[in-house]
Design a protein around this ligand. Structure first.
Ligand SMILES: O=C(O)COP(=O)(O)O
Ligand SMILES: [Mg+2]
Length: 219
């Protein structure tokens, strides 16, 4: 039996506007000026702890403030994680297509599990995903393979394809020994050609054909 596991930020959703809003509310709360959206977008992908390290470095603040700033950020973000967030084109249709096929579907993201669930619920997706692993759901974060392998085990399948947008996801899939489909429209920091990948796509409308091919190769 095969399943599909999706990354979240930069893959299914463009979450950067809500992350940016919560970062700037955090900075405002400590009396510091905000950062531009595009800069904050580039900080996403390694989890909220690393996001906050990058915010602190960008503002020239002390990393000693990390724990308190992260807690302020989580208060703002967890209260309002989906208002400005959008699905990438054709994501809703494509997820519905795979769900209707009866393919077990999972999420493996570095975003903490609580806001992940709030976001999935706000897009009507919670019922479509049988396994949701966030950055705080296991002992490790991507690119460590543990969260991805945990998501697979919770799906109860042997073969999965991981679908993500960044070098973090590509390395995670490689270390887990799983095929990886790379979405080119997300938040990657390294050139896409340098990332290990089984397939690449620019639009979710292309994904069903890619998945059919990769599933045939793994069968
Ligand atoms: O960095 C995060 O918090 C989440 O990023 P991801 O969904 O791409 O893993
Ligand atoms: Mg991502």
């Amino acid at each position: 039996m095969s399943g599909l596991i999706f990354d979240l930020d930069g893959t299914l959703i463009d979450s950067a506007p809500d992350v940016h809003a919560a970062v700037n509310k955090t900075l405002e709360e400590i009396g510091t000026g905000g950062l531009p959206l595009e800069q904050v977008r580039g900080f996403i992908g390694n989890g909220v702890g690393v996001l906050m390290e990058r915010v602190i470095a960008a503002k020239g603040l002390s990393q000693d403030a990390h724990a308190s700033l992260l807690s302020i950020f989580r208060r703002h973000y967890d209260a309002d994680p989906a208002t400005l967030t959008t699905l990438y084109p054709n994501v809703a249709e494509t997820v519905a297509h795979f769900h209707a096929m009866g393919l077990p579907l999972g999420i493996c993201t570095n975003k903490p599990e609580a806001p992940t669930r709030t976001i999935l619920e706000s897009f009507g997706f919670l019922g479509a995903f049988d396994s949701i692993v966030g950055g705080d759901s296991t002992s490790a974060r991507k690119p460590d393979p543990v969260p991805l392998l945990t998501a697979r085990d919770r799906l109860g399948v042997t073969d999965v394809i991981y679908i993500g947008d960044s070098e973090v996801d590509a390395e995670c899939a490689q270390r887990a020994g799983l095929p990886f489909a790379l979405f080119s429209g997300g938040y990657h920091r390294q050139p896409l050609d340098e990332l290990p990948q089984s397939a690449r796509f620019d639009d979710f409308a292309e994904l069903p054909a890619i998945i059919a091919r990769l599933l045939a190769e793994t069968a």
